[in-house]
Design a protein around this ligand. Structure first.
Ligand SMILES: O=C(O)C(=O)C[C@H](O)C(=O)CO
Ligand SMILES: [Zn+2]
Length: 279
C-alpha cells in the first residue's frame, strides 16, 4: 500500500498578500493531522518538510509515498515523533521504543521497518510526525521528559508566560536539519512567540494542542509589515514560510509543538520584529 500524501507548494509574500481567508487556509492550514490507523502526509515544498499524525488502534507501518520515489520512507529522510496520547510503541527494525505521553523519538536516515502501535486501545497513542531530508545517518534516540531542555519565557504582565521544551535540537540529539519542541502557555496566558520573529533560513510548522473545548487560537503569519491571521482549532497545524512570522493568541491557554528545518541548527538565530512595528 502507498500511504496518502498531499503536496503544498511554496508561495511567495507577493502571492500571499492577495489571498482571501479560504485561500490562506487552503495554502497553510492542515485541518486534520491525526488520523486513525493510517498516515496522511502533507508534503511542503518549504524545505521539503513533511507533517502527519497517527492514532494507531492496530499496527500501522510507516510506508513510503510517491513524492519520495524511494524504496522506503527513511531512505533519504530523518523523522521526529512526539506522542501526545496514551502510551505508544514504535518498533524500528526490531527494536522496541515505548513512548509515554509527551515523550519523543528521533529516527535517523536508513531505518527500514517502522511500525506504530498503542499499548492500549482504550487510550491509544497519538504520534505527531515531522520529517525532513537527511544527508547522514545519525543514531536513533528516545527523548524522555528528563532529557528535554526546559526554558521559561515571557511574563504574566504581557500574557505570554510559557514553558518551552526542546526535544529534538542538536544539543540533545544529533540531527541533520530537523528541530522539534513543545511550548505550553501557563494558565491565564495566551500569547505565544511574542515578540514575533522570522528566520528566513528555516521554515516552521506549529501544531496546536491542548486547546480546551469551545476555545480557539488565532495564528498570525506574514511579513512583519503585512500580517494575516488564521483561526485554528485543537490539533490543527499551520505551515509557516521562512519569510513569515509565526505567533498566536488563544482565547485560553494551550500548548503547541513546533518543528523546523532549513539552513542551520541554531535555534536562537531569529530576526525579532519590534511589537510596535507589526502591521
Ligand atoms: O513560544 C515561543 O516563543 C516558541 O515556542 C517559539 C518557537 O520555538 C519558534 O518559533 C522557534 O523558532
Ligand atoms: Zn520560529
Amino acid at each position: 500500500m502507498i500511504q496518502n500524501s498531499e503536496v503544498r507548494y511554496a508561495a511567495s509574500p507577493r502571492e500571499v498578500k492577495q489571498m482571501d481567508t479560504q485561500e490562506l487556509r487552503d495554502e497553510f492550514l492542515i485541518e486534520k493531522v491525526m488520523t486513525l490507523n493510517e498516515i496522511k502526509w502533507v508534503y511542503s515544498h518549504y524545505d521539503r518538510f513533511m507533517v502527519a499524525g497517527v492514532v494507531p488502534e492496530k499496527n500501522v507501518p510507516l510506508e513510503t509515498v510517491d513524492e519520495l520515489k524511494s524504496d522506503f520512507f527513511l531512505e533519504r529522510r530523518e523523522l521526529g515523533i512526539i506522542n501526545i496520547g496514551g502510551k505508544g510503541i514504535v518498533t524500528v527494525d526490531g527494536t522496541v521504543y515505548e513512548l509515554d505521553h509527551k515523550e519523543a523519538l528521533y529516527l535517523g536516515q536508513g531505518n527500514k521497518d517502522v511500525v506504530f502501535s498503542s499499548a492500549s486501545s482504550n487510550a491509544p497513542a497519538k504520534f505527531y510526525l515531522n520529517s525532513t531530508p537527511a544527508h547522514k545517518a545519525f543514531p536513533n534516540k528516545k527523548i524522555g521528559i528528563e532529557d528535554v531542555e526546559v526554558v521559561e519565557l515571557g511574563a504574566e504582565e504581557t500574557a505570554n508566560a510559557r514553558t518551552l521544551r526542546k526535544y529534538i535540537v542538536n544539543s540533545v540529539v544529533d540531527v541533520c536539519q530537523l528541530q522539534m519542541g513543545m511550548t505550553s502557555l501557563k494558565t491565564g496566558n495566551v500569547w505565544n512567540t511574542m515578540p514575533a520573529h522570522v528566520h528566513d533560513r528555516r521554515m516552521e510548522v506549529y501544531f496546536y494542542i491542548d486547546v480546551p473545548e469551545d476555545q480557539s487560537v488565532c495564528h498570525f503569519m506574514g511579513q512583519p509589515h503585512e500580517t494575516r491571521h488564521i483561526w485554528m482549532q485543537n490539533e490543527q497545524a499551520v505551515i509557516s514560510p521562512p519569510w513569515s512570522i509565526h505567533s498566536g493568541s488563544g482565547t485560553s491557554n494551550y500548548t503547541f509543538i513546533w518543528g523546523m528545518a532549513g539552513e542551520n541548527l541554531d535555534y536562537s538565530d531569529m530576526d525579532t520584529a519590534k511589537i510596535t512595528d507589526l502591521k
